[in-house]
Design a protein around this ligand. Structure first.
Ligand code: HEC
Length: 507
């Protein structure tokens, strides 16, 4: 029991009441819902308290602000508890007491009985919530008024990774890379004097495991942010959890971002969607074959990712003036139909086993279309393609293969950590995600908090990791890169060779 109490104190210097008060201060909410109403001016209509969070006017650390003509004053406790002059009305007031402070918030009256400027809303909320808000105001802006996971000397970051089961080696290589990167960044003073501490929870590589591991990181380990969590195809629950908990997740390792729906404000993907990869493939073919207009065909399996490919092909083929002469789900007669329609390129959207099977059918038919596959979903089938098909096949990849010159920071890290050059795709993803997080922490100032981390990430432009395309986010952009690079197979060595630069699809 005692151990637990000590641990809780170390994890957050704020009491539970104060933490609730902070949510009211920053968001106008308690447990995700408005706590009451806020009214501006004598004739004002009461609006949900969440429309007038204190922090929007008084600043996240209660420092006050100078925006929009009126200057909401600093709410630092020492100032409230001393006589002061209003920067807005120049009226002098005496010191507040907890009772007069409540009255200022609910009735807009200062301790001397004068009305505050009407720019300060009047709030109506349950007494309990007001008590919590006051408990927080007492700590607002203190050195230890930090977000969970942040202390004067450390920032705790979490990753949910498969550390058991068949995906264990994948999880291990991501963990190793992040540990090396953060150890490196923590040397020589770290980030504003804080070292980066990695906490990893085992997801077992399943959707249910990912949700549980994320929950442990958020609620138990109380991490500040998440990085490189290993997503399972089709899973949305863990994403929803980070969204409600408002915890930034940077660079989840995923086959393709879930960017079809409204983007999740807290999840920042680095690598392009299959939709944009498919569009880049069409641009590549159109440019390579110009002025001819090659005939495209697509065979797709049943997942949402495969549908993304089809949608991307359709939209870009229409743009580039190419015809899709056959569009079929992955049924036994599909290849026969493609051959009958005399397609020049057959794009396959499905997994590795499907790619290999379509490759064998094309091989039996002789000189058919060029087969095009996607590394993100079908890499496992590449090695099983018959030589005649493999020799002409093309593959779209979400990032350039790491080249020792561009990616020198990545390779130095591998070398310094004596890491094997296995799982390079996963290691580069983890390296990129960790680098983005470090960059965002460096530029979001000496008082790390999740709101400013999200704001900083939104302003990231053309950030070079050396192992991905340059990354750009924005207020409505949660996927850092769009496009693909096209690879072919070297017939002798069976290694991939890069046959294009980075292709950003034309709009
Ligand atoms: C829309 C902007 C706005 C919001 C939102 C807002 N305030 Fe204010 N607040 C002001 C302004 C402007 C003043 C200055 C009034 C004056 O000096 O007459 C003020 C003054 C105050 C004062 C009096 C300070 C003093 O020195 O006398 C307190 C206390 C206060 N606000 C607390 C809060 C709390 C707590 C919240 C959230 C529940 C909040 N405010 C939300 C704009 C805002």
């Amino acid at each position: 029991m005692r151990m637990l109490l000590v641990a809780a104190l170390l994890l957050s210097a704020l009491t539970l009441d104060q933490q609730h008060g902070r949510e009211i201060y920053r968001r106008g909410k308690f447990a995700g819902s408005a706590v009451g109403t806020a009214t501006i001016g004598a004739e004002g209509v009461p609006l949900p308290s969440s429309s007038f969070a204190c922090a929007t006017c008084h600043g996240i650390w209660g420092e006050g602000s100078r925006e929009s003509g009126i200057e909401p004053p600093s709410l630092v406790w020492k100032r409230l508890m001393s006589p002061a002059v209003s920067p807005v009305t120049s009226r002098r007031r005496t010191a507040y007491t907890p009772e007069t402070l409540r009255r200022a918030i609910t009735a807009g009256v200062d301790p001397s009985g004068a009305h505050l400027h009407p720019g300060m809303p009047r709030y109506s909320m349950p007494d309990e919530r007001l008590t919590e808000l006051l408990a927080y105001l007492e700590r607002l802006g203190d050195d230890d008024d930090t977000d969970p996971g942040v202390t004067a000397t450390s920032i705790r970051v979490g990753a949910a990774l498969p550390l058991s089961g068949p995906l264990e080696p994948a999880g291990r290589s991501i963990r190793e890379t992040l540990e090396q990167l953060f150890a490196d960044a923590s040397r020589n003073g770290g980030i504003y004097g804080r070292r980066i501490e990695l906490v990893v929870e085992d997801s077992g590589g399943t959707a249910a495991g990912l949700l549980e591991a994320t929950r442990r990181l958020v609620a138990g380990d109380r991490v500040f942010a998440l990085v490189s969590s290993f997503e399972t195809a089709g899973d949305m629950d863990a994403g929803r959890l980070v969204e409600t908990a408002e915890i930034p997740l940077i660079g989840p390792v995923a086959l393709s971002p879930h960017d079809k729906n409204l983007p999740n404000a807290y999840v920042f993907y680095l690598l392009p969607s299959l939709y944009d990869q498919a569009r880049a493939v069409v641009d590549f073919i159109a440019a390579k074959e110009a002025p001819r207009h090659p005939r495209l065909a697509v065979i797709y399996a049943g997942t949402a990712l495969d549908q993304d490919v089809v949608d991307g092909l359709r939209s870009q083929a229409a743009r580039d003036g190419l015809e899709i002469v056959s569009e079929q789900s992955d049924v036994p007669s599909a290849v026969t139909t493609v051959l009958a329609r005399q397609a020049n390129y057959l794009v396959f959207a499905g997994d590795g086993a499907g790619l290999a099977r379509v490759g064998r059918e094309l091989d039996q038919a002789g000189n058919g279309p060029v087969l095009v596959g996607f590394i993100s979903t079908a890499q496992s089938g590449v090695g099983q393609l018959p030589p005649s098909v493999a020799a002409r096949a093309l593959f779209a990849a979400p990032a350039l293969p790491p080249d020792t010159r561009q990616a020198s920071a990545f390779f130095s890290l591998l070398q310094a950590g004596h890491s094997p050059r296995t799982y390079l795709g996963l290691r580069t993803s983890a390296f990129a995600a960790g680098s983005v997080l470090l960059q965002a922490l460096r530029s979001s100032g000496s008082r790390p908090n999740r709101d400013s981390l999200v704001g900083t990430l939104e302003r990231l432009q053309h950030f070079e990791t050396g192992v991905t395309a340059p990354l750009t986010f924005g207020p409505n952009r949660r996927v850092g890169s769009a496009g693909a690079v096209v690879l072919a197979l070297d017939p002798a060595s069976h290694d991939f060779v890069v046959v294009s630069g980075w292709i950003a699809p034309k709009n």
